[in-house]
Design a protein around this ligand. Structure first.
Ligand code: HPA
Length: 267
C-alpha cells in the first residue's frame, strides 16, 4: 500500500515547501492558488475525513508567487471523535512531502474584550487542555526527539514577518495565547474566566495537535486566529456556529491578502 505522501506526490510535480491549514469558514484561500491540483481527502490513504460544517475536506497543492504550497482545506478535530494523532496526520504527511514551514489558521473565541469579531491575532503560545498529545505512544526517532522543546512553538521570526506584512497592508496584528479545548460544546462563562486566569487570550478546538507534531519534526509554525466571536460571558450574547462561519466568510478577503504576501517570505 502506498503511503499518503506517496499518493499525493504521484498526483503533482510540485514539491510544496510551505503548508497551510485552513480553519472553520476560512477555506477560500485554497481556491486562489495557481496551477492547482485538488485531491479530496477520500482519495488519500489513512487521511481523516472532515465532517465539520465549514470544512471542505480537500488537499490543494499549487503556487503562490512562485512558491509551491500545500493547503489543507478542512482539518480533523477531537470533537469529531478523532484522536490528537489523527488530527496531526495531515501535518505529518506535509512534512513527509518536504514542507518545512507551516501556517495554521483557525476560528477562535476572543477572551480579551477588546478583541472584537473580525480581529486577526497571531498565536504567540498555546495551552493544551485537550487531554491528549499526538506524540504520546512510542516515539518515531526518525521524525523527532522523544521530549521535544516547545519554548518557541510559534516561530518568533514568522510572527515578525506577519506583522511587517500586516503593517504594509493596513492590518494591525496583535499576539495572544491560544487555549485548545476539546469541544464540541462552547465554553461556559466560568470556564472562560478560568481560561483568562491561566493566561489565555483566545479559545478554540484545534491547532494544538498540529503545532505539537510540527515542532516535533522541526517545522516552523505561524499561527493565525480569526476571532469569530467574543468568548462565552465576555458580552451578554449566546454563541452559535453560524456566526463563526459568517465572520470567517467576512474575513476571508483580508486573510487571503495576508497569506498571499506572507507565504513567499516563509521559505
Ligand atoms: N470557543 C471555542 N472554539 C471556538 C470559539 C469559541 O468561542 N469560536 C470559534 N471556535
Amino acid at each position: 500500500m502506498p503511503t499518503a505522501a506517496e499518493v499525493i506526490a504521484a498526483r503533482t510535480s510540485l514539491r510544496p515547501r510551505v503548508g497551510v491549514v485552513l480553519g472553520s469558514g476560512l477555506g477560500a484561500f485554497a481556491d486562489t492558488l495557481n496551477d492547482r491540483t485538488v485531491i479530496p481527502y477520500g482519495e488519500i490513504p489513512d487521511w481523516p475525513q472532515s465532517t465539520a460544517i465549514g470544512h471542505a475536506g480537500k488537499l490543494v497543492i499549487g503556487v503562490v508567487d512562485g512558491v509551491a504550497v500545500a493547503v489543507l482545506a478542512g482539518r480533523a478535530h477531537l470533537y469529531e471523535g478523532y484522536t490528537a494523532k489523527q488530527a496531526a496526520f495531515g501535518v505529518r504527511t506535509l512534512r513527509a512531502l518536504g514542507v518545512e514551514s507551516l501556517v495554521l489558521t483557525n476560528a477562535a473565541g476572543g477572551i480579551r474584550p477588546d478583541w472584537t469579531p473580525g480581529s486577526l491575532i497571531l498565536i504567540s503560545d498555546h495551552i493544551n487542555l485537550l487531554g491528549q498529545n499526538p506524540l504520546s505512544g512510542p516515539n518515531d526517532d526518525s521524525l523527532g526527539p522523544r521530549f521535544p522543546d516547545m519554548s518557541e512553538a510559534y516561530s518568533r521570526s514568522f510572527r515578525a514577518i506577519a506583522k511587517e506584512v500586516g503593517h504594509s497592508v493596513g492590518v494591525d496584528l496583535h499576539e495572544g495565547v491560544y487555549a485548545a479545548v476539546p469541544g464540541p460544546s462552547y465554553e461556559t462563562p466560568a470556564e472562560i474566566r478560568y481560561l483568562r486566569a491561566i493566561g489565555a487570550d483566545l479559545v478554540g478546538m484545534s491547532t494544538v495537535p498540529e503545532t505539537l507534531a510540527a515542532n516535533h519534526m522541526g517545522m516552523k509554525v505561524l499561527g493565525i486566529s480569526c476571532v469569530t466571536n467574543h468568548a462565552a460571558g465576555v458580552i451578554d450574547q449566546k454563541l452559535n456556529h453560524t456566526e463563526v462561519l459568517e465572520v470567517g466568510e467576512r474575513m476571508k478577503g483580508t486573510l487571503i491578502h495576508l497569506l498571499r504576501r506572507v507565504i513567499p517570505r516563509l521559505v
